[in-house]
Write a protein that binds this ligand. Sequence first.
Ligand code: FES
Length: 114
Amino acid sequence: MPYLITIDNTGEMFRCKEDMHVLEAMERAMCRGIPVGCRNGGCGACKVRITVGDYVTRKMNRAVVNATEELQGYALACSVRASRGRQRRAPGRADAGDGAQVSSQPNRRRSRWH
Ligand code: FES
């Protein structure tokens, strides 16, 4: 099921399949709201804070996302996928830190793009 991803900082929205990382989906949609670097979890350029939605991540490099940040919802867009169900849940809105803020929700077939 595709998800609708919103980059809160820029207002950009794009669809992301469940088996696709958020950064890859953003690039395919020709959006630019999340900085792109190495694309493999090493540089931290794509660090985002996920404010809404369930997600799963690959193991993240602690040099770029430490354990505290991970608990606060920070993740690497090149390593995170939107998901449904018993996964990590974004911890809700709080003060903005560094990096883009991202939210995701299931993209219902009848929903329209705003
Ligand atoms: S692009 Fe380098 S960590 Fe994601």
